[in-house]
Design a protein around this ligand. Structure first.
Ligand SMILES: [Mg+2]
Length: 219
């Protein structure tokens, strides 16, 4: 039995895109390159998040067509902060005050996610995401070596390697988040921005806001 005042979960694994913020980062970057690329990217992202296509089948394809620059990633960083989920920063602060370890595990681009993490109070060392390599002019040349989070089963692999305090709760909107379920005590589908029925069906809990998430963790 947990003490009445102790949280239900000792750790929280948070997705970023369409969970901590309303943006799908790679699609947003595609939009900077024009509406045709944006529409193509959105279709691929939706298929990967619904579990129809494996993430690795779309990740490098999208990147090689968008060819993001460091400047574009800085703009995306600002967009993430502008589109942060209501109540996210307050939720993270409240959980951390109660001793809950909060980490971000994202298939998004680390350089763009760091400002969002700082905004909600997650340390850079607790941001697990995808690193890119760049040419001398600052244009992306591809993934920076092996990037497990650009693959379908990268999230469970990374969560296992973190050795988080148990019990842990994973939260996200996508199929790659639901795939964490075997590595944690529970998975919550986040439906605040997008509701994907396959993800909801695989979830132990469904939360539509960070206030609901806070209540789920703190009871
Ligand atoms: Mg997501």
């Amino acid at each position: 039995m947990r003490a009445p005042s102790s949280p239900r979960f000792a750790s929280l694994v948070l997705d970023a895109d369409s969970t901590l913020a309303s943006v799908e980062g790679v699609d947003w970057l595609a939009g900077l390159r024009g509406p045709v690329l944006a529409a193509e990217s959105a279709v691929l992202t939706a298929q990967a998040m619904a579990g129809v296509l494996p993430l690795e089948a779309v990740y490098e394809n999208r990147l090689s067509r968008i060819r993001p620059t460091r400047r574009m990633l800085a703009l995306l960083g600002e967009e993430y902060v502008r589109s942060v989920a209501p109540g996210a920063a307050a939720c993270v602060a409240a959980l951390q005050r109660m001793g809950v370890r909060v980490v971000m595990v994202s298939g998004g681009l680390r350089a763009a996610l760091l400002p969002l993490a700082a905004h909600v109070g997650i340390a850079a060392a607790d941001v697990h995401a995808v690193d890119l390599s760049f040419d001398a002019g600052g244009t992306c040349t591809g993934l920076d070596g092996a990037q497990p989070l650009a693959r379908n089963f990268g999230k469970p692999q990374v969560v296992r390697s973190l050795g988080l305090p148990a019990p842990a709760l994973a939260v996200g909107d996508g199929a790659t988040d639901a795939a964490i379920r075997p590595e944690v005590a529970a998975f919550a589908a986040f439906t605040g921005f997008v509701r994907r029925e396959a993800v909801v069906a695989a979830a132990d809990h469904v939360v539509a806001s960070f206030d609901e998430l806070r209540a789920l963790v703190l009871g």
